[in-house]
Design a protein around this ligand. Sequence first.
Ligand SMILES: Nc1nc2c(ncn2[C@@H]2O[C@H](COP(=O)(O)OP(=O)(O)OP(=O)(O)O)[C@@H](O)[C@H]2O)c(=O)[nH]1
Ligand SMILES: [Mg+2]
Length: 183
Amino acid sequence: MDNAENEEQPIKLVIMGMENAGKTTIMDVLTGKINVTPNKPPSMNPTKGVERSTILFFEKETKVWDFGGQESFRNKYLSNPKKYFYTISFFYYVVDIQDYYRLIQSVMYFKAVFNLIRKYSPEAKIIFLFHKLDPDYVPDERNLKGKFLEKVEPDLKLENIPYTIYDTTIFDIKSIKTAFGQE
Ligand SMILES: Nc1nc2c(ncn2[C@@H]2O[C@H](COP(=O)(O)OP(=O)(O)OP(=O)(O)O)[C@@H](O)[C@H]2O)c(=O)[nH]1
Ligand SMILES: [Mg+2]
């Protein structure tokens, strides 16, 4: 395959994180599939396995792989990495900053996936979304964002790996668009 053909390969963007983090809602808000009513999170179904779709991302056709985050699916991805982690250009990792209960699991899941992405898609850009930072959200002194970063940043810094961080909420559509380069 020559370079010209190569350039026409669709880009692969993955969005991962624990169950209930808000991944599918983020994609649906981004693509206009759902309209958000103030103060009312839309009712969503858990994603079963990987849901694939196509979006325009920086004006390029981009394949989105939305990885359902329930435990059985997480184990499946981790035990069969070659099926999931090749040729990724963008790796979005969503952390629910209101979910204290799942925070440590989310750190561990990130670390496991990160190792596989380093191996199979070393060029992937890493983007963290600290999500559900709703306008009326009262900051929690437990500081989940800080705790998460405290645990994962040393790994990234050790290898000098660049990453980007966004605070997002579906109740501020601009925050979602900005995280996907649309503002
Ligand atoms: N408060 C609040 N709730 C949100 C936000 N984004 C999503 N939610 C809610 O979070 C819940 C889970 O959303 P999903 O998009 O299904 O989560 P998911 O990460 O795709 O979950 P899995 O498919 O199981 O991995 C739903 O009730 C959403 O309405 C947000 O910005 N703020
Ligand atoms: Mg989902």
